[in-house]
Design a protein around this ligand. Structure first.
Ligand code: HSE
Length: 408
């Protein structure tokens, strides 16, 4: 017998409750116990729901109830989620969270608290929505040296890019639809500016490489500067533009996490990941590469991952140490992206082929329909990003598009 509580009755919280009651019998069978929902914490009132009697506005009711051994935190944001989750863990209550911001900012500390109090802090729902990615990394793929990981980690931006580039819908319309469907963050700037994908690549990087990677250490670009012209050039090159969160080990043993739009060749499995779907490619010595694919956002997909963790938390009374990582004192293990070797798509204006060739002698020229006079687009040869920047100094004020190719 085990009781759990849900903190927050927003999109994911209500989905968690709904999916639990829908599949309660199966969940109990798979939990090998009589698992029941005892409380839902929310400051709002939800009259008329069949489970209205479960609501409380006071976290202490949950904290002080010894019958509650597992808590699902689906509130989002760092505060007060951090305070609530810390208190739960200190009292030996395991926590399952979908809150990527909380894990990316406080993960190392919360994992340490779970260890100290012999319980679990689980976060499968924080990355990739319904896609199992956290467990595969620390369990199924545990025997490998994971050299890199790259993926479409944000459903909202992938939905927007698909609608804009394939269906001709405007950015604002596509974003409004993503909000209506419950994909976007409360503040959708977190999606379109890349911060949500950044939090997710921090979580994956920390899990894979064992040291906490904080969001402020990661170079992050969103999709707001992308234009239909860039998309047309991507198409003529033979690919698409995707917002990619990536991390790889560099030759000197450091790691390079990054979030940025990328030209993705049609030959890559990631190119065909569309709408709200996420696709995450993991590279390792024993298996070459594995792609994880599925719904990356939304009420029930995220609830599915939250409840999977609730079941696991109810079954595991001791801390699962393979999913923990250490806190990091400094960021010297993070490589400088400017020192990485890249190939870039560049769109330059008020120029001509001779001037561009002089600066980039080995570049490939690409064209688009309706290309105006004076506009040149190229794919550069591989070189250090800092060296490309030096060359671009002569094109100051004339660079209209600049997107890295996905090179992993
Ligand atoms: N806003 C997020 C996304 C929700 O669109 O991917 C899931 O983490």
């Amino acid at each position: 017998m085990s009781k759990f509580a849900v903190l927050g009755h927003g999109v994911v919280g209500s989905g968690t409750v709904e999916l639990f009651f829908k599949n309660k019998e199966k969940i109990c069978r798979r939990s090998e116990m009589d698992l029941d929902l005892k409380y839902i914490l929310d400051i709002r009132d939800f009259p008329g729901l069949p489970y209205s009697d479960l609501f409380t506005k006071d976290i202490n009711v949950i904290l002080n109830d010894d019958e509650v051994t597992v808590v699902a935190e689906v509130m989002g944001g760092v505060h007060p989620a951090y305070e609530f989750v810390s208190e739960c863990l200190k009292r030996g209550k395991s926590v399952a969270t979908s809150n990527k911001e909380l894990v990316a900012v406080k993960g190392a500390e919360l994992l340490r608290l779970a260890k100290e109090h012999s319980c679990n802090f689980m976060f499968e729902a924080s990355t990739g929505g319904a896609i199992p990615i956290i467990r595969p990394i620390h369990k199924c793929l545990a025997a490998n040296d994971i050299t890199a990981c790259a993926g479409i980690l944000n459903g909202t931006t992938n939905y927007i890019l698909t609608k804009m580039l394939s269906d001709g819908v405007s950015f604002d319309e596509a974003l409004a639809e993503a909000q209506r469907l419950g994909y976007a963050e409360r503040d959708p700037a977190a999606d379109v500016e890349g911060h949500d994908a950044c939090r997710k690549i921090c979580i994956l990087s920390s899990l894979i490489y064992g040291s906490h990677v904080y969001p402020e250490w990661v170079h992050c670009e969103g999709i707001t500067a992308l234009t239909l012209e860039d998309a047309a050039y991507a198409k003529s090159w033979g690919g698409v533009i995707k917002l990619i969160g990536s991390v790889k080990r560099t030759k000197d043993g450091r790691i390079l996490p990054m979030v940025a739009p990328r030209f993705v060749n049609k030959g890559s499995e990631l190119a065909s990941v569309e709408d709200v779907f996420n696709g995450i490619m993991v590279y390792g010595d024993g298996f070459e590469r594995i792609m994880f694919y599925g719904r990356g956002a939304g009420k029930l997909p995220t609830a599915s991952a939250v409840l999977g963790d609730v079941i696991d938390c109810a079954k595991h009374k001791i801390t699962i140490l393979s999913q923990t990582w250490e806190d990091s004192r400094d960021n010297s293990f993070i490589a400088d992206y400017k020192e990485d070797t890249v190939r870039l798509y560049l769109r330059l204006k008020d120029t001509d082929a001779d001037e561009v060739k002089k600066a980039f002698p080995n570049a490939a020229f690409i064209t688009r329909e309706g290309q105006p006079a004076g506009e040149i687009a190229i794919i550069t040869d591989s070189e250090k990003e800092s060296a490309v920047d030096e060359k671009l100094y002569d094109f100051k004020g004339r660079v209209c598009g600049r997107i890295r190719l996905l090179d992993i």
